[in-house]
Design a protein around this ligand. Structure first.
Ligand SMILES: [Zn+2]
Length: 306
C-alpha cells in the first residue's frame, strides 16, 4: 500500500456517529482532558522549536475559558489518544498577542508557512481544521433563502434558522484532478503565466459537474496542452485545504508528443526526460515532508514505484 500523502492522515477518530448528539458533545466539552485548537483568521496556533520543527499548540480547559465561547461555537474534530480535540475560531479577537495563552512561544501561522515543519499527523490535523474553519466563515447564510445558519452536530452541519426553510448545509470539498502525463520516457510539465519563470509542474484542473475524475483528466490535458491521453490510472489523493480541495492524483499516457498549449491557462509546456528529473525526485526522498502530491507523482514516476 502507498504511504498516504502529507495532509492525508491525522490520527483522529472522528466519531461521526456520536457528534450529532448534542448532549454527548457537551459532556465531552466539559471533560478536563479536552484539548482546544485555536484558529485565527486563516491561521492556527503553533509552537516553533527550531526553524524546521514545530508543533500544534493546544489550549487547556482553563486557558480556553477566558474567551467565553458558547458550546455551539466549538467544532469537534475527533479523539486522539483518548483526548477529545475541539477547534475554536477566535478570529474576532483584534490582537491575539495580548493574551498570554496565545503569545510567548506560541503564535498563529498559516499552514502554508508551517506545514513543512510539522509531523505528518499534525499537518493532517491543521489541514482538516483549516478546511472546516474556512467553511464556517463562508457559510453563515443559507444558499436557499438567505437566512442565517447556525452550527450543529458539533460543527459538521450548518442549519438554516428560518423556520420555513430549515435547510441543512454540509462542509464542502471540491474535487480536482492532478495528473502526470508521460510519453515514453519523458513527462509533460507546464508553467502558468503567474508562476515564477523556473517553476514547472504537472497539469491540474477541477472536476466539473456531471464528470468523472478520469473524464476530467482527459478533458483538462486536451484543453491545456492539446494532447490525447489513454491508460488513465489513479495514484492517490491529498486534501488541499486552500480553501477546500481534494486533489485526485493520476498518471496518464499521451498518444503523441505534439504539444499545443492553451495560452489563456498555460504560458509554457515542455517534455522533460526521466534522467533530468532524477535530482528532484531524490530530493523528495531526502525530505519526506515535501508536501505536494505533484512532487509525489513525479518522484514515483521517476523511480518507477508506480
Ligand atoms: Zn434557508
Amino acid at each position: 500500500m502507498l504511504t498516504p500523502n502529507f495532509f492525508a492522515e491525522n490520527g483522529l477518530e472522528r466519531l461521526s456517529e456520536k457528534r450529532c448528539n448534542e448532549s454527548w458533545t457537551n459532556d465531552l466539552l466539559k471533560k478536563k482532558n479536552s484539548a482546544f485548537l485555536p484558529f485565527w483568521r486563516t491561521k492556527s496556533l503553533v509552537q516553533d522549536f527550531t526553524s524546521t520543527k514545530s508543533e500544534i499548540s493546544l489550549l487547556s480547559h482553563e486557558e480556553i475559558s477566558q474567551f467565553n465561547r458558547k458550546d455551539n461555537e466549538f467544532i469537534f474534530l475527533g479523539s486522539r489518544n483518548d483526548t477529545p480535540y475541539f477547534l475554536i475560531d477566535l478570529s474576532d479577537i483584534e490582537d491575539p498577542s495580548k493574551y498570554n495563552s496565545l503569545s510567548g512561544n506560541r503564535s498563529f501561522k498559516d499552514l502554508r508557512e508551517v506545514g513543512l515543519s510539522l509531523s505528518r499527523e499534525e499537518g493532517g490535523i491543521l489541514a482538516y481544521s483549516r478546511a472546516l474553519a474556512q467553511w464556517h466563515k463562508t457559510h453563515k447564510f443559507c444558499g436557499r433563502c438567505g437566512g442565517k445558519t447556525e452550527s450543529q452536530s458539533a460543527g459538521h452541519v450548518r442549519r438554516c434558522s428560518n423556520p420555513d426553510c430549515g435547510s441543512e448545509h454540509f462542509p464542502r470539498t471540491d474535487p480536482a484532478v492532478i495528473m502526470l502525463v508521460s510519453y515514453g520516457d519523458k513527462v509533460c510539465l507546464a508553467r502558468k503565466s503567474d508562476w515564477p519563470k523556473d517553476r514547472f509542474s504537472v497539469l491540474a484542473g477541477f472536476v466539473e459537474p456531471g464528470e468523472t475524475p478520469e473524464g476530467a483528466v482527459i478533458r483538462e490535458v486536451k484543453e491545456e496542452v492539446g494532447l490525447a491521453v489513454t491508460n488513465v490510472r489513479y495514484h492517490s489523493a491529498q486534501p488541499w485545504p486552500f480553501p477546500a480541495n481534494l486533489m485526485l492524483g493520476y498518471f496518464a499516457e499521451a498518444e503523441s508528443d505534439e504539444i499545443s498549449i492553451d495560452e489563456l491557462e498555460i504560458e509554457e509546456a515542455k517534455w522533460v526526460a526521466r534522467e533530468d528529473l532524477e535530482p528532484e525526485a531524490l530530493a523528495y526522498f531526502e525530505n519526506p515532508h515535501s508536501v505536494s502530491i505533484a512532487r509525489r507523482l513525479i518522484a514515483d514516476w521517476v523511480t518507477k514505484k508506480f
